[in-house]
Design a protein around this ligand. Structure first.
Ligand code: H2U
Ligand code: ZN
Length: 352
């Protein structure tokens, strides 16, 4: 139990620091006094076809730009037809006017289909298919990371309409940029600083504490642990942390790639079971920049940011105070971890 509990932190308003970014979150546990009312909605049993003739990601279909998808049977990667970043971006001279600063941003945007099956999410892909996704991520990271015009590779997935994802077909994206984007850059700075001050990796130290305390640990396997971070902003936010110090996904052994696939599937099932719906989220991998330098301070990890709060239709909004001052939550990270810990690992749609 974290030391603050004995001081009343589980019961009164406080703020917590995210050591990876330097951001604070306001926690108001006194607002959750009323008892949990349990399931308020029927399970979502919407079923999708295995192949949708109107889906731009299904095998053999035509995409918006006119390209035709191959009849793929595993994963499938293509360059985003509406890419936000382009490799042939002109090398504009930087603008460093006193308050008006701008520079060119070259890059690459790709889309990765996890499976030819239109109807399966990561939670229902199975471990072998999920391992295929991990291998595809590693291939993309190696390919894009090796380019002279790329400084950072962001692998991510938007899942569900509430997250602005237009298509249920299981897929993720890869955006590679010339510069290191804002959030990974903040984590880079603070991990570097922690190592310099303590002679130890920030996330190695943090994981050791979470494993010792157990309160925010959801589950673990041989190579990875899932925790609701102490500083979680979203109600059921989690982090997947490798037990071993690794700066990027390319350092994983084959067994660790299997374990990452397993941990993602198991977490996906627990999330889907929580509100008996295909759980929406944005998830992504934070790892070391690909600028050719050494980054001994980097410990790669995955963040899951799901918006749901109380049921499949009641979400947390980040508005008002959250938008203008700082994020706020009622449910403590410790309670969220205990709810996720209690979830079964058989998918609610696959129960007899
Ligand atoms: P979401 O993962 O947020 O749904 O985004 C899907 C991406 O797929 C989006 O970036 C791209 C969009 O530009 N896309 C194509 O590249 N080709 C298409 O035919 C439609 C969508
Ligand atoms: Zn599809």
């Amino acid at each position: 139990m974290f030391v603050g509990v004995s001081m009343g932190y589980d019961d009164s308003a406080h703020r917590r620091l995210n050591p990876l970014t330097g951001e604070w979150v306001l926690v108001s546990p006194h607002r959750t006094k009323r008892p949990w009312q349990g399931q308020l909605e029927e399970p979502d049993r919407t079923s999708l076809a295995a192949h949708d003739p109107d889906c731009y990601l299904c095998p053999g279909n035509v995409r918006a730009g006119g390209a035709v998808n191959p009849d793929y049977s595993d994963t499938f990667i293509f360059t985003n037809d509406f890419a936000a970043l382009l490799p042939e971006t002109p090398d504009l001279p930087p603008v460093t006017d006193e308050l008006l600063v701008a520079e060119a941003e070259p890059g690459v945007c790709r889309v990765l289909c996890y499976s030819p099956r239109h109807d399966l999410s990561m939670a229902r892909l199975g471990r072998d298919r999920a391992r295929g996704v991990v291998d595809a991520w590693c291939g993309e990271f190696a390919d894009l990371g090796g380019r002279a015009d790329i400084g950072y590779v962001q692998i991510f997935e938007n899942r569900g309409q509430v997250m602005g994802c237009s298509n249920p077909h299981p897929h993720g994206q890869i955006w590679a940029t010339g510069s290191v984007p804002m959030y990974p850059a903040a984590e880079d700075l603070r991990q570097r600083d922690y190592l310099a001050r303590n002679g130890e990796c920030l996330l190695c130290r943090y994981l050791a504490r979470e494993l010792a305390e157990g309160e925010r640990l959801v589950f673990r396997n041989g190579s990875f642990a899932v925790v609701v971070p102490f500083w979680a902003v979203w109600p059921f936010e989690t982090m997947i942390l490798p037990a071993r110090h690794m700066g990027s996904i390319l350092e994983m052994t084959p067994a660790e790639r299997d374990d990452l696939a397993e941990v993602m599937v198991r977490l996906g099932i627990r999330y889907d079971n929580l509100f008996e719906t295909s759980f929406p989220y944005s998830m992504g991998i934070h790892q070391q920049p690909v600028d050719g330098r050494d980054h001994p301070h980097w410990h790669f990890h995955l963040h899951y940011y799901p918006p749901l709060l109380r049921s499949r239709s009641v979400r947390k909004f980040m508005v008002g105070f959250e938008m203008l001052a700082m994020p706020q939550r009622d449910l403590t990270p410790e309670s969220a971890a205990s709810r996720l810990r209690a979830m079964a690992e058989d998918h609610y749609l696959e129960r007899g």
